[in-house]
Every structure is written in C-alpha cells, then in structure tokens.
Design a protein around this ligand. Structure first.
Ligand code: ADP
Length: 482
C-alpha cells in the first residue's frame, strides 16, 4: 500500500474557483483503493458551506513557529470523510476566515506559506507517512522546499518523494525576498537564481518545481508549450532543464458528477441515444429560465468560464456583434475581470432575448447550460487542460476551441469529408479566425443537421473519464517509489 497526500488550495465539493478543484476532489477517488491510500489536505476556509463544515471533526491543535515574525501560530486539524476519501483541513481563522479563498496577493502569499509549513508539521501529528506528497500549483510550492531544508533530517520524511502538478503556470506566488524569507523561515541559501530567486524576487512555484522529484502538467501539448518562451511565463528555461522529469497527463472529468442520464439539475435527463429530445427540452427550459426567446431552433452558444484574458475574451469582444445574429443565442456564466463582466452585461442589455449574462458562480446553472447548449466556446490564449470542453462533450454541447494546450489534445476537429471529429478548432489567436470557425459551425448546424447530430453523438461517446489518466499517475508514483 502506498500513501499519497494531495496538497492544494481548493477541492470539490468543499471549495472551487476553477478546474484545480475538480481535479483535486476527483482524482483521489479514481485510484485503486487496494494499492493507494490517497488523502487530501486543504485549508479550512470559513466560506466552505456549513453543511460540510458543521460535520468536520476536530482532531488536534498545536502552535507552530512561522519565520522570524511570528512564533506560536495556531494550527488546527479538522477531518472529514467524503465518498470514501479522507480529507484534512488546516484550521486558522486569521488566514482562512475570509469570504473568498483568495484575496490580495500579499495576503495570499503569507496565507499559503503558513499553509505549506503547517502541512509539513501536521503529518507527523496525524501519523500519516506519505510515500508521495503530490503538490498542486503555487499555493503548495513551498512544501517540497521545506522538505529539503527545515525537514531534511526529519525521520518522518526520509522516504518521501514530491510530485508537483502545474495546473496553471501563470500564477506563481511572487513577492520580495526579505518578506518571503522572514515569513517562511527558510534559510538564505535557497534565495538564489537556481532555486527560489526570480528576477530579484522570490517565487514559490519555482521553489516547488526546483525541489520536486517529478513535475507533471495537465496535458501533453501544454507540457511542450511551457518549455517555450511564449508560454513559459519566465520559467521555460527551468522547465527545459527539468525536461527529463516532466510530462503531461491529461485531466479527465468525473463521469458520475457530470452525467446527463442522472443529473438532477436538468429539466430532462438524456443519454447519447436520446439527446435530441433531451437537449431540446433542456434548451426550452433554460430559455424560459433566463428570459431568452423560447425557440428550439436557435443555435445556443455558451461560455462558462472565469472571465479573464487567459480565456480569449478579447477575441470574443472583437467578434461579439457578429456572433449574436438573429438565429443565435449566447449564454454567459462567469465572473472575473470587470471589463468582461460589463461587456457581457452590456451585450445582454442590448440584445434582450438573445443574450443572457449571468455574472456569478453557480454550479447547478452551469450543468443546465451545458445540457441546453449546442456549442461551448473556449477560445483561450493558453489552456493547460480545460474542463469546459470535456464537460461540453459529455453533455452533447460541441466545443469550439482554439488549438492550444489541452484543448488541442482533447478536441479532434470536425472533418466533413470523412465524417470524423467532435468539435471545431482554430489555430491562430485572431478574432477573424474565431468568427470564421463559429460561422462554419453555424453552417453545419443549420444546413447539415444530420452531420451535426452525428458529431454530437460521437462527442458524447468519447471517453474523457479519469480511468486512463489515473493509471498514469499510479505508474508515476510506482516508478518514483521504486
Ligand atoms: P480554469 O481552471 O482555468 O478556471 P477549467 O476549464 O479547467 O478552467 O475549469 C473551469 C471549471 O469551473 C469548470 O468545471 C466550469 O464548469 C466551472 N466554472 C467556471 N465558471 C463558473 C461559474 N461562473 N459557475 C459555475 N461553474 C463555473
């Protein structure tokens, strides 16, 4: 039996702002339980819903040194078992008491330094000795650094390996060296350019990448892209140097949570065989719910996304007036950059009955939109994996994507000559290319409906569950543990 610990800042069903939470909450359930005891540790945010928090069990608490500035910081350990997985929650109201998991950068830096250090201190207390600590994104970046410095000679961690998964290279946890040094209590010699130093500052993600035994990211294409100047976010040199210990393992989605045959959120459930009737009923219900014209023949495109530059929304802005013609409806669900929130609010205001802007986070509504939509639009500038296109496929909403990262690896483009493919894609980051491919998709939808329906059916039958990828992680753990 191998012990694996996931360390992350978010995890479904407790707290989610993006795809990271889906992966951290789902993947542990997919490992072979006879061979891997995979547990998860995240912060005990006060904004985790009460229905969970009220059932967390107190295990222990102690006080921990935190760098030069604070001694005796409270560390509480809470515990909860959910769907067969053991979850631990690091409790500290000062750091995790806000109404959102993330706030301003300086505060987040301190919060996740504390979190990483607390994780290292907690494991001996709960006596869970991991063979592999699997860290996710910059918030867990200091865990491998602590392991090789302050905990280097700690008997508990002598045989522990670290795997680091990059879900998004853009976010790195960067602040000035004196602050990070004094908050973390790390020795001065780690703040050099070959370790944590990054353009004179300290970079927590970089620390994680330098000190981990193996690095993964969430698709093959992204694994290659991040070794280039364009996508490397300043770390491409390091990633090229670590090329022999770096690979992509594509994300899956939870086929139990995302299942149109069993989804209680839907107006009507449906399968790959009954999708025509099912999706029509869901479209009509959603049109009614959102105040759109109730007409099953409208082409419904949706965007379910963080509204940030990464997601290619400047291309959408460029083409917006021409996307929303009289036969097309656009449904947006997302939050983020105010310029995009206002863009879609404004667009909905001017296109009453044709465009719906839902500027908030709502998991159940997301499910209803996937079920109702004919297409999901994901024109990202970069996309490590992307889950929306996978969820879209599962619900028979055809993905229209840009060929980057995981979007390229998961959406085989439609080929009208041999009747293959499950979506539409364009290569260059260019608004006219986006518009062309949307117009082409409209043409297939309106003029050759049979071909469209066959594509929907092929997409729904494509397997993007976790089965294959979970095996790849298992093999990676095995190879590291020898
Ligand atoms: P990222 O992790 O970059 O945000 P992903 O495509 O990997 O993007 O994952 C996004 C996840 O968050 C998907 O499960 C998507 O359905 C969900 N999501 C994004 N915005 C919202 C929202 N406003 N309401 C509900 N779910 C959302």
């Amino acid at each position: 039996m191998k012990n694996i610990l996931f360390v992350a800042s978010e995890c479904v069903p407790f707290i989610k702002t993006g795809g990271l939470a889906d992966v951290v909450g789902t993947l542990p359930k997919k490992f072979n339980k006879d061979e891997y005891d995979c547990r998860v540790i995240i912060p005990n945010y006060r904004c985790i819903p009460d229905k969970f928090r009220n059932n967390f069990r107190y295990i222990h608490h102690f006080y921990m040194d935190m760098g030069e500035r604070f001694s005796s910081v409270h560390v509480g350990i809470m515990y909860y078992e959910y769907e067969g997985i053991k979850f631990y929650f690091v409790d500290n109201l000062f750091y995790f008491g806000g109404d959102k998991p993330y706030a301003d950068t300086r505060y987040d830096i301190e919060k996740f330094i504390y979190f990483s250090k607390a994780v290292m201190a907690i494991l001996p207390v709960i006596d869970f000795r991991p063979d592999v600590i699997h860290c996710h994104d910059w918030q867990a970046g200091l865990v491998p650094v602590y392991m090789h410095t302050l905990y280097r000679n700690h008997p508990f961690y002598q045989n522990t390996k670290c795997v680091f998964t990059i879900h998004n290279l853009r976010f790195q946890g960067i602040w000035d060296i004196p602050t990070i040094r004094s908050l973390s209590g790390l020795p001065g010699w780690v703040f050099t350019p070959d370790k944590l130093e990054f353009h004179k500052d300290a970079n927590m993600l970089k620390g994680g990448l330098v000190y981990s035994d193996y690095i993964t990211t969430v698709s093959d294409t992204y694994a290659g892209e991040i070794q280039t100047d364009y996508y490397g976010e300043g770390l491409d040199g390091l990633l090229r140097a670590r090329n022999q210990s770096l690979r992509g393992i594509v994300n899956g989605i939870d086929y139990t949570d995302y299942d149109p045959e069993k989804d209680e959120n839907l107006a009507k459930k449906y399968s790959a065989r009954s999708f025509k009737k099912g999706k029509e009923a869901n479209k009509l219900a959603l049109q009614k719910e959102l105040g759109l014209e109730e007409n099953p023949d409208r082409f419904m495109i949706s965007i379910i996304s963080r509204l940030t530059d990464q997601k290619g929304l400047d291309l959408v802005r460029y083409a917006l007036d021409r996307i929303t013609d009289e036969f097309t409806q656009l449904v947006v669900l997302g939050t983020g950059d105010p310029q995009y929130e206002n863009l879609f609010r404004d667009c909905a205001w001017h296109n009453n009955g044709k465009v719906s802007a839902n500027i908030f986070f709502d998991e159940a509504l997301a499910h209803r939109i996937y079920a109702a939509s004919d297409a999901v639009l994901v024109p990202s500038k970069f996309e490590p994996c992307g889950l929306t296109q996978l969820i879209g496929l599962r619900y028979g909403a055809v993905p229209i994507v840009r060929e980057t990262g995981g979007l390229k690896d998961t959406v085989q483009p439609f080929n009208e000559y041999d009747g293959t493919g499950i979506g539409f894609s364009f290569a260059n980051y260019n608004g006219d290319e986006l518009l062309n491919i949307i117009n082409y998709a409209k043409h297939i939808f309106f003029d050759t409906r049979k071909e469209w329906d066959q594509m929907v059916s092929r997409g729904m039958k494509t397997d993007y569950s976790w089965i294959n990828s979970a095996k790849k992680y298992e093999q990676l753990y095995d190879s590291l543990c020898g």
